[in-house]
Design a protein around this ligand. Sequence first.
Ligand code: TUI
Length: 317
Amino acid sequence: MLRTRLCEVLGIEYPVIQGGMAWVSTAELAAAVSEGGGLGIIGAGNAPPDWVREQIRKARSLTRKPFGVNVMLLSPFADEVMRVLIEERVPVVATGAGNPGKYVGALHEAGAKVIPVVGSVALAKRLERVGVDAVVAEGMESGGHIGEVTTMVLVPQVVDAVSIPVIAAGGIADGRGVAAALALGAEGVQLGTRFICAAECTVHPRVKEFIVRAKDRDTVVTGRPTGHPVRCLRNKLTRRFEELEARCASVEELEALGVGKLRAAMVEGDIEYGSVMAGQCAAMVHEIKPAGEIIRELVSQAEEVLGRLGRLVEAGR
Ligand code: TUI
């Protein structure tokens, strides 16, 4: 059985977490993942606090198991959303795109576990000192807003630097990736792109089909000059970003091009001119199936891989 310290910390069956993606990770997906024995996370993104409260209540109506909410710290509503999470006593609070240090005390008082995403060893160490319960070490293979270091290189360094559980994210789409993350010292995995293609995920069906069709070189990182690099599936929007960046357009012009584009893709299904944030492992996602089946497959494949490697070592003795 694939059980780690993280399962005890979060009260879950398998150490598999679904990334809290803006406009993608709604209550339906989060509840399905939690029902499947993992940890489902609602993505608050830039949403207002009332929407987040409604989603929390919907998730509670769909599952009695623990779930989380991801707060995107660049959101103008981050403070207000945190207050809602405290009032609603959400069991797990994940964060992205910043340092959640100032919220940790109040979240712990409300009984929440706090699991921030980090893209560097320095932030992981700083957050361990303020008492977070685990960290998600997210490599630049991920979709959406990314750091600079790959999963293969970031995870073992974060594992060496902290003693709290480390969750690996970025580039993991199947049980081989889960086994690899455990080999690097992680005690859990977080997957985003794979769960976009869960049957229960409410994104527009064209987004799921676009991911299923993606090949190895179909993602691209744009927005580096703005200080917020973002990985998306290549389309007419990313080509427009590349043109603007090639002629050194201003940060204002680049930011203006991005406004509203994530919603256009994920909700309206505009896969040409919308921002289809997805990780490099989009190319490893081949089908749409229920979240519970995805989790069972991840776990059984990881167990098979780890068993095979164990036998390989035994045979060599
Ligand atoms: O947050 C994400 N992925 C996201 S957020 C998002 S919405 C957005 N859209 C446009 C521009 C920016 C955001 C889409 N995808 N992943 C977690 C993550 N966190 N990746 C990188 C970071 C991160 C970056 C800096 C975490 C901490 C950090 O700290 C800065 C500091 O204060 O040390």
